[in-house]
Design a protein. Sequence first.
Length: 426
Amino acid sequence: MAQGYRVLVSSYACEPGRGSEPGVGWNWVCQIARHNPTWILTRRNNQARIEQALEKDPLPNAHFIYFDLPRWARWWKKGARGLHLYYYLWQIAASFEARRLHRKVDFQITHHVTFVTYWMPSCLSFLPIPFVWGPVGGGESTPANFRASFSLRGRLYEGIRDVVQFIARQDPLLRWTARRSTLALAATSDTAARLQQLGCRNVQVYSSMGLPAHEIQVVDDLQHSSGTPFRFVEIGDLLHLKGCDLALKAFARVSHDLPSAELWFIGEGPERRRLEDLATQLQVRDRVTFWGQLPRKITLQKLGECDVLVHPGLHDSGGCVCTEALAAGRPVICLDLGGPALQVTPESGIKIPAVTPAQVVKDLAAAMKDLALFPARRASMSRAARLHVLECLAWDVKGEQLVAMYRSVVKSPRAIEGVRSVAQYE
């Protein structure tokens, strides 16, 4: 058995070869098990993918426990319908399974990795040993000045989200999770503030995003754009919170200065028709391409055909596409908000303050023009972006940082150290 600490992990979403939360869950599990004997509580519907991955690349220190509510207690859950309620009930039921495992194994640390949401409790907080929570996110909110520009659907979404999170924060089980956390990792500074309000005593801001070594190589090998035509790309679901309309308006603003430039959208969503109409109104429809939802492999190929990623998300805890773009050597233009703002450095991209929609459009346009017209600056950012991923956003690097975190947690499990940067572990 590996040296290290005996760790029990809660990873409800955990699937190899996937993006978003399932990929985050799987990569955290791989890194924890690299250095520690690890037991993982996850759902049974993840079992097939996990076992296929383990046949190709075994994790000898990982022991998976596939756990679900009884069939009679989950007949009503269909896909995403009832997801959050089921997750909440799963956490409660899994706490009993965690106690049973603890009596058998005698764990030294527990670590909750998915879901990466701060407003739901974790089953592992009930065990009387050091508890690491996160990274978790979700504490970000759209700046008030931007909501008036949303569609009715978008305004309703934001209002309901605010109400749901307010109610969730009153949950005594959530507050218990916060008070029991020895170390709470917040994916953004906004979430860090929320965690402190809930009662977490040791909060550290730490990006939840990363790329494994083989994916860094795949992205790094992407073909390089010829620069003719010069292409901006936004990748992700076409939702109001992604700021697609801001990117489109900014592109229209610089279209006369960059007569051969194009803007690509890769993704699908309820805002597509609205965006297509807006492109027509702005008289740039012939230079804007909506590719729709594409397989991941094709999406990466399209990224290779572009020069700059534009990602003006208004509240985003993660932003995996920013990590991928940086690894591909593509400068990123994003808002100075949420997870993307933690990933993008001044050397690898441009971060735009989010004060008003008009100001963002103006600043986005200026950044687009700057990167398109000054190839030397773009080339410098490309080199810095690749280096930043290798040094800070690679999963293997995060695994090494986790070793130091665990050592600190076990050595001083009740330390109250306030909010600090994770830079101390680098």
